[in-house]
Design a protein around this ligand. Structure first.
Ligand code: PHE
Length: 471
């Protein structure tokens, strides 16, 4: 497709739906509850919320803005924008890092989405009926212990993703989102009513919202910040590419706030559902990536029409993951199409095959290669700084992308938009009042970069190291 004929979203609403479709996914329903559980609850949630407000929203505005002004794949967009404002073409590297991050995230995202798919027939056939926590745990462990099964589901999910990508993002999924997203929301509300009735609702909510800072570690802070980027699909060009299809004159600020709000709402709802169920069944909040797969079936098995709602719920998780996964690979596809001058179809096939192979690393992390782990700590006068502890290939990929690449990409986006882009351009693109423009500028110039840098340094033990030296 030549750039002159470049497609656009048919309306502002469609853009908001697509961006929300990208944002709301496994990050909200699968990842948020399990990392909250691993990091002790309330304090982690509070840091995550601060990151959404002070880093996420301003950077989302910046990323959409760069996308709309550049109107290309992330690499070309950054090169062209840099040229327009008289800076080095090496800014294209930012686009590059995004392409790679999206590719790596999709490789594990597809495997986890495969778990959710595997749960659909299980739910429908009543595999969890009248089971206790132990038995539900067994079903999950049997699934992830079987590499062949995981490969089948991973292949199926990736195939579905690549079909949509090959047809173009405007193909039909954008219409499906119009119905599926509200349905997901209604089902979350039904589950919420169940959680309220479980007798442990207050305990769950207090776990989620009552901050206990003694439970938070430096890597917990990094995880919370990384998750703010991950859950909003920021820092890797997905939102930039979606922004490149955005018609001029739609309000970027409004769209960003709506998307961030809905995304956060879904994550908090998921948390308010999962933790009461965890406590009601005496489960482990820090159970790791299997958390929702061990708790939700229990909730459904105790609920009226649980088989029906449970099946529907896992179907909706798959759809939520689907609308996110297409945006993960879209930067790579648009880049490959422009760079090698190949068709969307060809780019999708090649990308699909490469992602499939990379996904095997995650598949085997849960079975054959689960003992193959690495750890990394830095010890200082002020204590040990754990960077990675018994990390499998999956943990490593997750850490590298969510905790490092996305915040780094976001940092560069903030620096570019705040410091290097001509103010005349950003004013024109954002088109907000002087007051709000000033607030945005302060956030994107100072607050967001400072927060990202401090959290990075902190997690590397450098803050402690410096204190060590001067103290
Ligand atoms: N935001 C998605 C989720 O929460 C994941 C994602 C990350 C999608 C980065 C695109 C880019 O599941």
């Amino acid at each position: 497709m030549s750039e002159a004929k470049r497609e656009q979203w048919s309306s502002r609403l469609v853009f908001i739906l697509a961006a929300t479709g990208s944002a709301v996914g496994l990050g909200n329903i699968w990842k948020f509850p399990y990392i909250t559980g691993e990091n002790g609850g309330g304090a982690f949630v509070l840091i995550y919320l601060c990151c959404i407000a002070a880093i996420g929203i301003p950077i989302m505005m910046a990323e959409i803005m760069l996308g709309r002004r550049g109107r290309h794949d992330p690499v070309t967009t950054m090169q062209n924008l840099a040229k327009e404002s008289g800076h080095s073409r090496s800014w294209g590297l930012l686009g590059w890092m995004g392409v790679i991050a999206g590719f790596l995230i999709l490789s594990y995202y597809s495997v986890i989405a495969g778990w959710a798919m595997a749960y659909v027939p299980k739910m429908a056939l009543g595999a969890f009926n009248a089971l206790d926590a132990k038995a539900v745990d067994n079903i999950f462990n049997t699934l992830v212990g079987n590499p062949w099964l995981l490969i089948v589901w991973h292949s199926l999910f990736l195939f579905l993703t690549m079909i949509v990508v090959a047809r173009g993002v405007h193909g039909g999924l954008e219409k499906a989102v119009t119905y599926l997203m509200p349905m997901l929301f209604v089902l979350l509300l039904i589950l919420l009513v169940y959680a309220m009735d479980s007798g442990y609702f207050l305990q769950g909510v207090s776990y989620l919202f009552n901050p206990d800072f003694s439970k938070i570690t430096t890597e917990g802070v990094l995880t919370a910040m990384g998750h703010a980027f991950f859950t909003l699909s920021l820092g890797m060009g997905a939102i930039m590419v979606y922004g490149s299809y955005l018609p001029a004159h739609t309000s970027i600020a409004q769209a960003s706030i709506v998307v961030a709000f809905m995304d956060t709402l879904v994550a908090l709802l998921a948390g308010m559902i999962i933790f009461p169920v965890v406590f009601a069944n005496g489960l482990e909040a820090g159970a790791g990536p299997g958390l929702i797969f061990k708790t939700l079936p229990l909730a459904f098995s105790h609920m009226n029409y649980g088989t029906f709602f449970g099946t529907l719920f896992f179907i909706l998780i798959v759809f939520a993951a689907w609308t996110s996964s297409i945006s993960l690979i879209e930067p790579a596809i648009t880049w490959a199409m422009n760079n090698f001058n190949i068709s969307r179809m060809k780019a999708s096939i090649v990308a699909g095959v490469l992602v499939w192979f990379t996904g095997l690393l995650t598949v085997f992390s849960f079975n054959l290669a689960s003992d193959f782990t690495i750890s990394s700590t830095i010890s200082t006068h002020y204590g040990e700084f754990v960077i990675l502890k018994d990390a499998t290939a999956f943990d490593l990929l997750d850490y590298l992308t969510a905790n490092i690449m996305l915040p780094l990409g976001g940092l560069m986006i903030a620096i570019y938009a705040g410091w290097l882009m001509k103010q005349e351009y950003s004013r024109q693109e954002l088109n907000i009042s002087h007051f709000w423009y000033t607030i945005w500028t302060v956030l994107v110039r100072y607050i967001a970069p400072a927060m990202v840098i401090v959290v990075f340094l902190n997690a590397m033990g450098i803050v402690a190291f410096v204190r060590n030296v001067i103290g």
